[in-house]
Design a protein around this ligand. Structure first.
Ligand code: F6R
Length: 260
């Protein structure tokens, strides 16, 4: 696991650079997209590279991590709509190339199995962007999630619903209770994981993710078992890391050609 501590703007450029390299080398690459605030600057940087530097997603595919269950199709906070607004509609993905779990399916269990199949049929995710919840969730794998889990329905914790109330006009009652989410094993199947976290509120979750014991109580800790995981954090999110100085020194002395 590589840990990079830098200002949030720089982290976004590093993540966008990794996606840029991937998609230029393999135009049919499969990118994993996250919602929430953490990847927004990455998406802005990808849009800039698309507009100014010819980065094209025309042959690429993308899969979302998760979706609320039972949210109105036209709700601005429906993750499918958020992804459309923040990235899909701003670059040149082909129609249908960006997919997400169907939280309004009549048969949610079948929709989850179908989603897993679609990811496999696409050849798997090459690079997965991730954020982390204050309770250590990745996607919506809340504490207690099976480390071997696949896409399924989950109940959001009170903490996550409170954290996300800001997207629903601070009205907790509007935040859905359930979601469909890629499981931890689904996420672990991606070839490269790139997690972004900023702000003091994420410091404990980042400490557990990088330095804690692997445990379902801090689901993101499963990333310690991934052969290619990158954790991009700002100073505030890194403030509880015991080996912060070492990670800083390692990044400073990293050969330029190595990339993430
Ligand atoms: C979103 C997702 C979540 C968020 C996490 C952090 O698709 O899967 O795990 O990444 O809740 O959210 P932000 O980035 O808003 O702090």
């Amino acid at each position: 696991m590589e840990v990079v501590i830098a200002p949030a703007d720089q982290l976004a450029v590093l993540a966008a650079e990794a996606i840029d390299k991937l998609v230029r080398a393999t135009p049919t690459a499969v990118v994993g997209l996250a919602t929430g605030s953490s990847p927004l600057k990455v998406y802005d940087e990808l849009v800039r590279r698309h507009t100014e530097e010819g980065l094209s997603f025309a042959q690429a595919k993308a899969f979302m991590l998760d979706e609320y269950v039972g949210i109105a199709e036209d709700h601005p906070e429906r993750y499918r709509n958020v992804i459309e607004k923040e990235i899909a509609s701003r670059v040149d993905f082909a129609p249908g190339a960006v997919q997400g779990p169907d939280g309004n399916a009549e048969d949610l269990v079948a929709a989850c199995a179908d989603y897993e199949r679609k990811i496999v049929d696409a050849g798997g995710v090459d690079l997965q962007i991730l954020g982390i919840g204050t309770d250590g969730h990745i996607a919506f794998n809340e504490p207690g999630s099976s480390l071997a889990s696949r896409t399924r329905i989950k109940t959001l914790t009170a903490q996550t619903r409170e954290d996300n109330a800001r997207f629903f006009g601070d009205d907790l009652a509007q935040v859905p209770q359930h979601c469909l989410t890629q499981g931890l094993a689904t996420i672990m199947s991606a070839k490269h994981l790139v997690l972004l976290a900023s702000g003091k509120g994420k410091a404990e979750a980042v400490h557990q993710l990088v330095e804690g014991p692997v445990s379902a109580m801090w689901p993101a800790t499963i990333m310690q078992m991934h052969p290619h995981a990158t954790v991009l954090v700002d100073d505030a999110a890194a403030s509880r890391l015991q080996l912060g100085d070492y990670y800083r020194q390692t990044f400073l002395s990293k050969p330029e050609w190595q990339g993430l």
